[in-house]
Unconditional design. Structure first.
Length: 230
């Protein structure tokens, strides 16, 4: 399933979400154009769990932050930015600009620590915004339980556009991460997707979403109408 847009309109301009997307894109372009220096950039700014295990220092905290804005390829970048574009604006709308930024960065830190806890001896550099974005997805699930998402669904040789409950899309996404994460336990130092970063970030987001949802909303949720198209 590929979500393309939800039906909830933000009440204010989500400029923090726009800035985060822009930073991710700009950093990746700098990576992409670095040529032979890309490997050195990744080695310097990516998260390496074994380095955290060896002992925390200021450089390790920096690598957790910088790794959130690095990506391994175009597909990695575009997939992450698509989810952030769809779901981030509404979470920012609910939390407010400043606290959304704090939440996003904290979600990335929690996700990185979850990945480290499962892979403490890994020497494979870890990059990507998906841990922080997983936190956004978890918060969205709790904050907007009745929301629906326009989603491309492959049916045989065809792809259909369907309006699905966001809860279905996000819960299925989380189940896939959890199932895949469990399968990686005990496999040793292997590369690929950091599923436990996704799991840790999502659980953190659910918790923050639950706490935020206990506060009274500042106004009604506005949905797209059919006449406004999609």
């Amino acid at each position: 399933m590929i979500p393309i847009r939800d039906e909830i309109r933000a009440r204010r301009v989500p400029y923090i979400n726009y800035i985060l997307i822009a930073i991710n894109v700009i950093v990746f372009i700098l990576e992409y154009t670095a040529g032979s220096q890309m490997e050195a950039i990744v080695s310097e700014f990516a998260l390496v769990p074994a380095q955290l295990t060896a002992g925390l220092d200021p450089g390790d905290f920096r690598s957790i932050l910088t790794s959130m804005f690095l990506h391994a390829g175009w597909a990695h970048l575009l997939g992450n930015m698509l989810y952030l574009w769809i779901f981030g604006d509404n979470v920012e709308d609910r939390l407010g600009h400043f606290w959304y930024l704090v939440f996003y960065l904290a979600g990335g830190f929690v996700a990185a620590l979850a990945h480290w806890a499962i892979n403490p001896a890994s020497i494979i550099p870890t990059v990507g915004a998906s841990g922080a974005i997983a936190a956004v997805l978890g918060a969205y699930l709790v904050m907007y339980p009745r929301a629906r998402v326009y989603t491309f669904i492959p049916i045989g040789f065809f792809i259909r556009l369907r309006l699905l409950p966001a809860s279905v899309v996000l819960i299925l996404w989380f189940i896939l991460q959890l199932f895949s994460g469990v399968l990686t336990i005990g496999l040793g130092d292997v590369g690929g997707t950091a599923f436990w970063a996704h799991i840790g970030g999502f659980v953190f987001g659910v918790l923050v979403g639950w706490l935020a949802s206990r506060r009274r909303a500042s106004g009604p949720v506005r949905y797209w109408t059919a006449s406004e198209g999609y």
